[in-house]
Design a binder for this molecule. Sequence first.
Ligand SMILES: Nc1ncnc2c1ncn2[C@@H]1O[C@H](COP(=O)(O)OP(=O)(O)OP(=O)(O)O)[C@@H](O)[C@H]1O
Length: 221
Amino acid sequence: MKIEKIVKTYDGSRKVIDNLSFEFEKNKVYSIFGKNGIGKTTLLNIISGHLSIDEGRVFDNDDVMLITEHMIIFEYITGLEFLTLTLEHKKKKIEVEVINEWLEKFEMLDSKDMYIAEYSAGMKYKLMMILIFLIKPKVLLLDEPFAELDILTVKKINKEFQKIKNEVLIIFSTHTSNLAFQMSDEILYLTRKKIYPFKNEFHSNEELENYIEHLMKENEK
Ligand SMILES: Nc1ncnc2c1ncn2[C@@H]1O[C@H](COP(=O)(O)OP(=O)(O)OP(=O)(O)O)[C@@H](O)[C@H]1O
C-alpha cells in the first residue's frame, strides 16, 4: 500500500497534510506517532477512503478496515448476529465452529447471545477484533486502539497480529509508547510534510519514549 503526494486541506484552505508520500511494506506492523493535531486520524481516514483528498493518490487500499475509538456498531442485535450478518454482507463463508473458537479465545462465548447494547466498551472492542481476525482484510487501520482493553487481551491481540501480519498490513496510531514498543516492527513519526520511519530496535520502552520525545522537540525548532 502506498500514499503518493497527498495534500489535504480542511475548510478550503487549512493545509493539514502537505505533499506526503510513503510506501508501506507487507509483513510489518506499523505504529504512527505524532503530536496532537498533526494529522494521524486524518491520514488513517484518507487511507481508508473515508476522507477525500485535494491532491495525490492512495494505492492498493481496496480492502481496508478502520477501527476507531468511537465505532458505531449496531446495538440491538446480539454479538453473534453482528458477526454472522457482517460476514454474510462481506460474502465470507466461515463455519460456526470457527466463529465460536474466536469468541472463546476472547472470552466472549458466554455473551455472544447478549444484545450489543448490554456490552461494555471493552466487549464491543473485542467483538470488532474477532471480526477482524475472521475477515482478515488486506489492510487494517486502528486509530488509538486498545484503551478499553485489559493487558491480557492486548497481549492476545498482539500474538494474533504477529501471526497474520504476512497477510494483513497493520497500521495503528498511538500516543502510548509501550504499545508501539511491544507491537510494532516499525515506528512512523508523522509531521505535516513527511513520515520519518524507524525500526523498533529499542531495548526498552523508556528508550523508545526518549527517542520520540527527542523527535518532537526537534520538530518544534
Ligand atoms: N472535520 C474537520 N474539520 C476541520 N478541521 C479538522 C477536522 N478534523 C480534523 N481537523 C484538523 O486537522 C488537524 C489534524 O487533526 P487529526 O485529528 O487528524 O490529528 P491527530 O494527529 O489525530 O490528533 P490527536 O493526536 O490529537 O488525536 C487538526 O488541526 C484538526 O483541527
